[in-house]
Design a protein around this ligand. Structure first.
Ligand SMILES: *Cc1c(COP(=O)(O)O)cnc(C)c1O
Length: 428
């Protein structure tokens, strides 16, 4: 399937039915799986054979969908998780333990920032945050003896900064560690980070991949290229025997292509749960079947609305990497020549009051914390999620009072622009 173009992989990847088998992926609604002999099941527990025994670790429906996303990204192995948060936590925790250190872009999703800076810090894993615009020298300076991974987002939610994947990968590899990229916003339809040197990709499939606001989920995909054994002293979890699996050494037994995901499934899923429900994996797959049709429409609407806002007298500024005036335009052209995503952020000259009026008057754009949905949605952090902060605190947090994030859906752009124009007209 990897020889096919991206749209074909979206539609037919991951699952090829045999003669007389269901055309659509079956939902395997079963917690457990039957075996004829204890020895047969024992082989699974020894990781001598691959198969299913309990849905907390693996389920066939999930594996069809994970295989599809793996083909879309051009990776060698993948898995689904219950949420994007679980995907990022598992991807990091699979190679970091107490006493280790992470270098992360500061321009990342708020949930991931909290995960790394608060929750993982409590587990004894430290982090240094770097600007997404950092030079190679500045990046180098962030590394420590115990650094195990570099993390960033292709297009950051909500700041809409674009990661220089090649630069981050080069510096990570010079220090003998992998680069993990959260590719939620562009999706593999618009950017495939493995083609630029990233080693592992994560997703909140809750966003464009599902695309219909139906199911929370996540995914982790491995490029199969990072040579763990070449840096064995850094990754004892992959390169020394796992006593909880009868002394298996993942990097030896499953190679570069399979070690990361096998360990993540057989250790972290086993011990921490966080599997995606097979029903949700089925819904996610329906979304994936049209992802390559929807993404160009999100981009078209994002571009049209960004241009409209840019030229509007009541708008102070617009952030959208598809605008030639945007700070990230050149990087976006390099990594996402077909466009990035449909999320635009902008500031109103009238500040908090103007934002409040604008939000109230929008008819098609619904007020939601969600983004990347078929339906247009909109958020003014100052008057909703961040309303406990004053204007100065908001500015320091990078979400000034006048900032509005709008996620353009796949409706007709003329209607969306008319709706936005009407809401802007209502501002005094
Ligand atoms: C939403 C989001 C997440 C978290 O995903 P959930 O599915 O909500 O847990 C992680 N990264 C990015 C870029 C996101 O937009």
């Amino acid at each position: 399937m990897s020889d096919y173009k991206i749209g074909t992989r979206c539609v037919q990847g991951g699952y090829t039915p045999g003669n007389g088998e269901p055309r659509q992926i079956p939902i395997v609604q079963s917690t457990t799986f039957r075996y004829a002999t204890s020895e047969d099941m024992g082989k699974l527990f020894d990781l001598e054979a691959s198969g299913y025994f309990y849905t907390r670790l693996q389920n066939p429906t999930n594996d069809y969908v994970a295989a599809k996303i793996t083909e879309m990204e051009g990776g060698t192995a993948g898995m689904l998780t219950s949420s994007g948060q679980a995907a990022n936590f598992f991807a990091l925790f699979n190679i970091c333990e107490s006493g280790d250190h992470i270098v992360a872009s500061s321009s990342i999703y708020g949930g991931t920032f909290n995960l790394i800076s608060v929750t993982m810090a409590k587990m004894g894993i430290a982090a240094t945050f770097v600007s997404p615009d950092a030079s190679e020298e500045e990046l180098n300076a962030a590394f420590q003896e115990n650094t195990k991974v570099v993390f960033g987002e292709t297009i950051a939610n909500p700041a809409l900064t674009v990661l220089d994947i090649e630069k981050f990968a080069k510096v990570a590899h010079a220090h003998g560690v992998p680069l993990i990229v959260d590719n939620t916003f562009p999706t593999p339809v618009n950017c495939r980070p493995f083609e630029w040197g990233a080693d592992i990709v994560t997703h909140s499939t809750t966003k464009y991949m599902d695309g219909h606001g139906a199911a929370v989920g996540g995914a982790i995909i491995d490029s199969g290229r990072f040579d763990w054994m070449a840096h064995a002293e850094k990754y004892p979890g992959l390169c020394t025997p796992d006593e909880s699996y009868h002394g298996i050494t993942y990097a030896e037994k499953f190679g570069k292509e399979g070690a990361f995901i096998t360990k993540c499934t057989s250790q972290l899923m086993r011990d921490l749960g966080s599997i995606q429900a097979p029903q949700n994996a089925y819904l996610l797959n329906l979304g994936l079947e049209s992802l390559h049709v929807r993404m160009p429409k999100h981009v078209e609407n994002g571009q049209a609305v960004a241009e409209f806002l840019y030229n509007h007298p009541k708008v102070a500024y617009v952030n959208y990497p598809g605008l030639p005036t945007d700070k990230y335009y050149e990087l976006a052209q390099k990594y996402m020549p077909n466009g990035g995503c449909g999320v635009v952020s902008f500031g109103l000259k009238g500040g908090r009051e103007a934002a409040s009026v604008f939000m109230r008057e929008l008819k098609l754009g619904a007020i939601e914390t969600h983004v990347a949905d078929a339906r247009t949605c909109c958020l003014n952090p100052a008057t909703s999620t961040h309303r406990q902060m004053n204007d100065e605190q908001l500015r320091e947090a990078g979400v000034p009072a006048e900032l509005i994030r709008i996620s353009l859906g796949i409706e007709d752009k003329e209607d969306l622009i008319a709706d936005i124009a009407n809401a802007l007209d209502a501002i005094e």
